[in-house]
Design a protein around this ligand. Structure first.
Ligand code: HEM
Length: 413
């Protein structure tokens, strides 16, 4: 399937002249050298094994994300069969209508209300870590915290968060199943069916008696005078486990890794929690949790670095764009104090890094994620004041479409 990769041992194909394919196993191990080759030699190129076009330079990715010649209709090879069409796969008027009723649910009063429960979830998850000598912050905290926030935001019982955890683990890893493995697909679909069976009575209940939560916003929403079908509401809830859970989980893991790698910075963040926000913005730039955002060309599309034919799937390589030296100086370096764009503006609004996307589909949950990360880091540092790497532990990142350290083994006492 990926015979052209350098990992395939060379063979008949001269890999120095072959554009890298996302299906090469090297991408999963360490994509950054390959991103660099793409940016330098093949900035807009067809990935034949994947049947998609790869775009890697900052300037090109930004245009592909924001220009309406690049549609979201076909977003995700995997999301559509799993959760049907949600806001991520919409364009034009329909997309604007969904953003209009969703946006207030992620801002202002709704966000302020959530902050209290975020604080409670963080404290409840951090406390048990204190009682051990060593803990894995990924399994013990990062994997669980953002999903519990999604469950609370939807207005579902907080004590059911572990169920979501199980569905997510069992099935929705399917979302990263870019190789379309049928067994993973089948597991994903059966978890989806369980999730929908769980959600259906809550949807009925909120239609009859709306409350002050995101599920009620979805149940009360109307587009062109018609309420959203149940399936669309439940599909959006499922999408949020990935869009709001997995992303924030990975973002927090990558930030913690960078802080643990730099004990001086970690100490500075402990003394001045506002610094965590700067460090987070830089972590989102250098190690974006969502590495690839997909689009499809409506007609032939001309980018500064090349042309893509009509009807093509376009993989916007956010991980490559965020390390483009044309845009960020010394891009592999983690520098929360950089002044060339990652953090000089309020990053949740007009971010110059592309970790939250750009344009019409800019992440709806960016401010919520910010609250989670700020509170999560503060609570962890308060609860575990001597936090440092466990002896002899070396973290390593994994993942292709989304990417983060697999484990963060720390000494907590
Ligand atoms: C959209 C990343 C947290 C909900 C997006 C997009 C990206 C992204 C790249 C754009 C996709 C596109 O252009 O097609 C992230 C990252 C996060 C994060 C890196 C954490 C650090 C969250 C949270 C939520 C959320 C906490 C909600 C609970 C959404 C939704 C969209 C979206 C609903 C779709 C917006 C649209 O299509 O108009 N996110 N996200 N995200 N995100 Fe996030």
């Amino acid at each position: 399937q990926h015979a052209a990769g350098p990992g395939a041992g060379g063979g008949a194909v001269d890999t120095r002249r072959t554009p890298p394919s996302l299906l090469w196993p090297e991408f999963e191990r360490d994509p950054y050298p390959l991103y660099r080759r793409l940016r330098e030699e093949f900035p807009v190129v067809r990935d034949e094994p994947l049947d998609a076009w790869l775009v890697s330079r900052y300037a090109d990715v930004r245009i592909a994300l924001t220009d309406s010649r690049f549609t979201s209709r076909n977003y995700g090879w995997q999301l559509a069969p799993m959760f049907g069409r949600t806001v991520l796969q919409m364009d034009g008027r329909e997309h604007a209508a969904h953003r209009a009723f969703l946006t207030p649910a992620f801002r202002g009063r709704a966000l302020a209300r959530l902050t209290e429960s975020i604080e409670r979830s963080a404290a409840a998850l951090a406390a048990p870590l204190r009682d051990r000598d060593e803990a894995d912050l990924v399994a013990g905290f990062c994997n669980r915290f953002p999903i519990s926030v999604v469950v609370t935001a939807l207005g579902l019982p907080a004590e059911d968060a572990p169920l979501f955890q199980d569905w997510y683990r069992a099935g929705f890893s399917y979302l990263g199943n870019y190789r379309q493995d049928p067994a993973t697909l089948a597991r994903g679909l059966s978890s989806r069916d369980e999730l929908y069976a769980y959600l259906a009575p809550f949807v009925r209940e909120r239609r009859a008696r709306p409350a002050d939560d995101l599920l009620s916003v979805l149940c009360e929403a109307e587009v062109d005078g018609a309420p959203l079908p149940d399936e669309m509401i439940m599909g959006f809830c499922g999408t949020l486990l990935g869009a709001g859970g997995e992303t924030t989980d990975k973002s927090l893991s990558s930030l913690l890794r960078s802080l643990l790698d730099d004990p001086e910075l970690l100490a500075a963040v402990r003394d001045e929690p506002g610094l965590a926000t700067r460090a987070w913005a830089e972590s989102l730039r250098r190690d974006p949790p969502v590495q690839v955002v997909l689009r499809q060309t409506a007609g032939t599309a001309e980018l500064p670095s090349g042309r893509i034919p009509a009807g093509a799937t376009v993989a916007c390589l956010v991980g490559a764009a965020n390390r483009d030296p044309e845009r960020f100086s010394d891009p592999d370096r983690f520098d929360p104090f950089r002044t060339d764009g990652a953090v000089e503006r309020e990053f949740t609004g007009a971010a110059t890094h592309l970790a939250f996307g750009a344009g019409r589909h800019f992440c709806l949950g960016a401010r919520l994620a910010q609250a989670e990360v700020e509170i999560g880091v503060r609570v962890l540092l308060e609860t575990l004041p001597t936090l440092r790497w466990a002896p002899d532990f070396a973290p390593s990142e994994t993942g292709l479409l989304t990417r983060a350290p697999a484990r963060l083994l720390v000494a907590t006492s």
